[in-house]
Design a protein around this ligand. Structure first.
Ligand SMILES: Cc1cc2nc3c(=O)[nH]c(=O)nc-3n(C[C@H](O)[C@H](O)[C@H](O)COP(=O)(O)O)c2cc1C
Length: 374
């Protein structure tokens, strides 16, 4: 199978399956001299780790990452730093229960990747879905931790803004709240009501979808490129590549279609420092495929978990109709653990965009330009 690599100058290749001995990745193109420890990456993995509360899968994967290469600690200068060579990262798989999957050995879960995967490859690791298992996203989170080191001035944060049909109240948005509840929700009241809602979903043997918003701040003007290297196109590709993501939008996104040109365009004025300010951010921080200097705001919709206890109609690989219910330990709302994954994918795209921007134009132009003599 090909297409296990993502990115251009900052490039991530992942490998491994949920029921193999380990998963891993190789991060290529990371500049040398950046301080990097396993603890730097573990903080992000701990956010994605399963089994932390009753609202996510009860699989107990500690997801401890090891750095195998690409980092060197010189005892004269102190602290491990990247060497500029490929960084190898590995996480052991420790909690697999193959018997949980016996019912789906030959039958296809509606909504999951089983049917096209089987027809395409003719060989399918039914135990965890092979490469379609979201276990792979742990490596994206680890690689995202490296990417953040490449763009230290940039802040990337994400939050769950909708669970099932229940949206947050944006007037109550508090980033500090995101780390205080099990949903990465920025609205304390919404988080409290989601507990009851998700308990009901879980006890009914069902699942629900979610919406995640990722915000990248302090991205300088000009990252990304017009036409085929558009920053929004690359971010959309990155976010769509996450398991169970069915839609991505930036700024106003789909709602922009409802507006007039006057309502939609973000007007510009000069701030006190003589630099331009935008009076709104309907564009989500990207114009013409390039960052505007405003926060980049991306949202992605995650579908409900397809592995559910409720019996569903399906077919098996031998051409017979069958009913299927999926036992095992599945997330009732995979959107929750997709939050750190979304942050990581944005971090990887931005690190790549920064290195390519620097490669082509070096430092950005100083604005405003000098007026030519008349
Ligand atoms: C963090 C995360 C965890 C997931 N866990 C599960 C799970 O426990 N059970 C399941 O059926 N799907 C899970 N998924 C979704 C499937 O991996 C995904 O739906 C499947 O690979 C089919 O791909 P698609 O939905 O992108 O079309 C998870 C997704 C994410 C992002």
């Amino acid at each position: 199978m090909s297409h296990n690599t993502f990115g251009h100058l900052f490039r991530v290749t992942t490998f491994g399956e949920s029921h193999g001995p380990a998963i891993g990745c190789v991060v290529d193109g990371c500049p040398p001299g950046l301080s990097l420890t396993e603890a730097d990456l573990q903080v992000y993995l701990d956010k994605r780790r399963p089994g932390q509360n009753r609202f996510t899968t009860q699989r107990q994967e500690p997801d401890v990452v090891r750095i195998l290469s690409g980092v060197f600690e010189d005892d004269r200068t102190g602290g491990p730093v990247t060497t500029g060579t490929s960084i190898g990262l590995l996480i052991d798989n420790v909690d697999q229960r193959s018997k949980d999957y016996s019912e789906i050995r030959d039958a296809y879960r509606p909504g999951h990747a089983d049917y096209p995967y089987d027809v395409k490859y003719g060989v399918r690791d039914y135990r965890g879905g092979g490469r379609s298992s979201a276990r792979e996203t742990a490596m994206r989170v680890a690689a995202g931790g490296v990417a953040r080191k490449v763009t230290p001035g940039v802040t990337i944060r994400a939050a769950l803004v909708q669970m099932g049909p229940h949206k947050i109240d944006r007037a109550r948005w508090d980033w500090a709240e995101v780390d205080r509840n099990p949903f990465f929700c920025p609205d304390a009241e919404a988080a409290a009501s989601w507990e009851t809602y998700l308990d009901g979903v879980r006890k009914a043997g069902s699942s629900c979808g979610a919406m995640i918003e990722v915000v990248a701040e302090h991205v300088p003007v000009g990252w990304g490129a017009p036409i085929y290297g558009k920053l929004d196109a690359e971010l959309a590709s990155a976010l769509m590549s996450i398991n169970a993501v069915k839609g991505v939008e930036f700024g106003l996104g789909m709602a922009a279609a409802d507006l007039s040109g006057e309502e939609n365009a973000d007007e510009m004025r000069l701030g006190n420092d003589g630099q331009p300010i935008f009076l709104s951010n309907n564009a989500g921080g990207i114009l013409g495929g390039m960052s505007t200097g405003q926060p980049i705001v991306a949202r992605f919709a995650v579908k409900p978990t397809s592995s559910i206890l409720t019996p569903r109609l399906s077919v098996d690989r031998f051409g017979a109709e069958t009913d299927i219910r999926t036992r095992g330990r599945h997330d009732p709302c995979v959107g929750i653990r997709a939050v750190p994954v979304g942050e990581a994918m944005v971090a990887i795209v931005l690190a790549d965009a920064y290195l390519r921007h620097r490669g082509q134009v070096g430092e950005s132009h100083v604005w405003p330009f000098a007026r030519p003599p008349v």
